[in-house]
Design a protein around this ligand. Sequence first.
Ligand code: NAP
Length: 357
Amino acid sequence: MPAPDYPAAGTVLVTGATGFVAGWLVKRLLEEGMNVHAAVRDPSNTSKTAHLTRLAGELPGTLELFEADLLKEGSYGDAMAGCTVVFHTASPFTSKFEDPQRDLVDPAVKGTRNVLTTANEILSVERVVVTSSVVAMYGDNVDIARASGAVLTEEDWNTTSSLDHQPYSYSKVEAERAAWQIARAQDRWKLVTVNPSLVMGPTLSGHSTSESHTLVRQMGDGTLKTGAPPLQIGMVDVRDVAEAHMRAGFVAGAEGRYITSAGSVSFLEMSRMLRAGFGDQWPFPTRELPKWLVWLVGPMLNGSLTRKMISRNMGYPWKADHSKSQRDLGMQYGPVSKAVTDMFAEMIENGTVKPPR
Ligand code: NAP
């Protein structure tokens, strides 16, 4: 399926425009000549916005920065005025939080309600694309193993995460549920969700903002040199995630939720991709640790690694069906190995990981 015809000089909103995923989406929108309203927490913080204004200077579209905060009701109104499509990407994706309700769930859920109730008031809005996640569809790998055919589909919902167990996943499922509830209560604009697996690839800002980078950094800084945990996850290239947003926003027949994932990769396979690209001198793990060992010592080495998390995730295959995104949106997924090696190359370049001496 070819890419859709994008509206010439359409005006769109991107929330959380400073983010890793949003940067590539803003770039695609600017390439298509659109007027991008970029909502950010602090427009005067040029360390977070310089790459966006630079892109706008180089590409056909235009960019305007607006100040907005997920937790300030009504703060997206000015940014949304005149927009036909709203891309709601803003949501905290971090493992560094003190209070999961305050730091993850409130911004995700109240923020989604804030943005979507504003869409109810702004009559130009025809479509809202929410960046959800595959973790809104499952909580732990064991849930997928128990799903129909042991393959995750758009029919699945995460019913096992909570404030105490996988709180980020809980924030995403609660936010997506809130989005569908608001969307179904009206009939002027359509909701489409993009549900990516772990997003890999280089940044446009030159520095990491997202939790996506933690795993790749740990592969290179020696954290995992004694061995990789026996864990499989879905991964996808950030450039494909941006493309999926474009198509979710503009393909006429886009409907519902879209698993956006290139495939399943184990930590050991990821290490092999990095070794093939960067050589043996790096401390990439060379073997997979047995689950019982990770269960025994993991929680002592890493406070966020609980025995429940290990029991319910490690040793289970991760499988998801991305065919709906191929069929409806014409998505084609690039290789995860390129996304991972491009990401690591940037980390070497910007000093996030130091080559071993
Ligand atoms: P990111 O780089 O950390 O981007 C998150 C964005 O949310 C930033 O622009 C951040 O703004 C904004 N934000 C956070 N709290 C906010 C608040 N209170 N008010 C306004 N803006 C706020 O992470 P990302 O990886 O690009 O994630 C983008 C979206 O993709 C999120 O919805 C995430 O859940 C989803 N997702 C990511 C992945 C992945 O692997 N990366 C996978 C699936 C889904 P500041 O710059 O001001 O902090």
